[in-house]
Design a protein around this ligand. Structure first.
Ligand SMILES: [Mg+2]
Length: 401
């Protein structure tokens, strides 16, 4: 089911397509649907304060302002709208538009080919979690930043955990810690927004320390209860500026049941481009201390291969956009396949994110991937759900073997 109150705006110059999407969205149960046959009008809809728009479903090739120009305008507005691209163009072209959208700081939910599959559309719409209003800019932004600061201090930020499964034997091998902020008034605020604010207002160090501390304590507890699992934590490249960070992490592990080799630090490649020398110093010493290093969202950044050569990564995480539905997209499948091939040559671990259904799972398995993460096994979950989930999972696993 889509979120209640969800509101979608469809932009396509083809009236038949507009009608089709309108019908599909109604069938899916989206309560508010707006349509527009050109991008200029779409922008007017968005600018209208009375319209709240959560998702824009846009065609790429339109006369007048095209889909890319529309994305650029939306990026400039800084509003947290989800974008779904619909296009009959070459999948590789659509993929680059998607990357471009992400570079504009837009939340690209996914791409759909023409004719649009109702199941795929429904999946994208259902997975979408409406976020709180966009962070205001100017003086108001400081209020928001202050709220985040208070939230960090008051420990309003929580951690969810997404299981990681070993493909060879189906065993649960680890969890990725994911930060969540449930704002008392505004509700769930997307990590894309609050991590961005934390980076901008110099709070990323505090945020990372808080999330890291929580996750270490929690996974340490699970390990002492007999769960032999590793922990992966995301590190913003901006938090890789403090030279004593490897020592600090090492200290945090003392007294817990986690050894350095149970911990993997995930670094998003696109953010690593700045100030490579300090980051490299820190990352190399993290590796020396025995922590795992993972290159996150692989394939979406710009200098992946160079970074793979410079930094002693132990793991490569293929971005979800190359995993889910890869069987239906030759370009995605080629990238997925070569990324996994690359990990074998470099003798590092491959992780596929975004494994959402059996077809995705069968494909990554056939390609020889090591570890999977995705809705097919489990969504990120609150800590209290983890033990019941893993009990149920291991019972199912034993039955199947
Ligand atoms: Mg990650």
């Amino acid at each position: 089911m889509p979120a209640p109150e969800l509101s979608c705006l469809v932009v396509d110059d083809d009236h038949f397509m507009l009608k089709t999407l309108d019908v599909l969205l109604t069938q899916i149960g989206v309560p508010n649907i707006l349509t527009s046959d050109n991008a200029q009008d779409a922008l007017k809809h968005i600018a209208n304060q009375n319209n709240r728009i959560d998702i824009i479903i846009s065609d790429l090739n339109m006369p007048g302002m095209d889909g890319i120009q529309l994305l650029r305008h939306l990026g400039g507005l800084g509003v947290p709208i989800g974008i779904i691209l619909v296009s009959g163009e070459d999948p590789r072209l659509v993929q680059s538009v998607r990357t471009l959208g992400e570079a504009f700081d837009l939340k690209v939910l996914g791409t759909l080919g023409k004719p649009v599959s109702k199941t795929d559309l429904e999946q994208l719409i259902t997975d979408f979690e409406p976020t709180a209003d966009a962070p205001p800019t100017g003086p108001a932004a400081m209020v928001f930043a202050d709220e985040l600061k208070a939230a960090i201090t008051n420990k309003e930020l929580t951690v969810n955990y997404q299981p990681q499964i070993s493909i060879s034997d189906g065993r649960l091998v680890g969890v990725e810690a994911l930060a969540r902020w449930n704002h008392p008034i505004k509700g769930q605020i997307s990590p894309t927004i609050f991590v961005g604010i934390a980076e901008k207002y110099n709070m990323i160090q505090d945020l990372t320390t808080h999330i890291f501390g929580e996750a270490i304590a929690q996974v340490g507890l699970w390990r002492s209860q007999g769960f032999d699992i590793n922990l992966s934590v995301n590190f913003s490249a901006q938090s890789l500026t403090q030279l004593d960070m490897p020592e600090m992490i090492y200290e945090t592990l003392q007294g817990t049941s986690l050894r350095p080799n149970n911990l993997t630090i995930e670094i998003t490649e696109s953010t690593l481009a700045e100030d490579i020398s300090i980051a490299l110093d820190i990352l190399t010493r993290m590796r020396l201390k025995g922590f795992g290093l993972s290159i996150d969202d692989f394939g979406t950044g710009f200098s992946s291969l160079e970074q793979l050569q410079q930094i002693p990564f132990t793991e490569l995480k293929v971005d979800r956009s190359f995993v889910h539905n890869a069987h239906a997209n030759r370009a995605c499948q080629a990238i997925l396949e070569s990324s996994i091939e690359l990990t074998k040559r470099l003798d590092i671990v491959s992780v596929a994110e975004g494994v959402e259904d059996e077809i995705d799972f069968k494909l990554v398995k056939a390609l020889g991937c090591d570890i999977v993460q995705g809705f097919y096994f489990a969504k990120p979950m609150a800590p209290e759900k983890f033990v019941p989930w893993s009990r149920e999972y291991s019972t199912k696993l034993m039955k199947n073997n």
